[in-house]
Design a binder for this molecule. Sequence first.
Ligand SMILES: [Zn+2]
Length: 67
Amino acid sequence: MSDKRYEVKSSCPQCGCSYLTVLSEEEIRAKYGDDERFQLECGECLAAFEKERSEACPEWDKECRLR
Ligand SMILES: [Zn+2]
């Protein structure tokens, strides 16, 4: 288990505010697993939206492709 951190970034399609969360490998695995689309929720307007894994978190995308 590494202590690497993954940044999940997006912007809300509804209000346009930016979304950023930093997760450990364990957390990102538990939350998103191998899904190619992330289900995100805006912290401002609470809109639920989807984002491609490769765009939201390129680093995690790379890890998933290697496995
Ligand atoms: Zn929003």
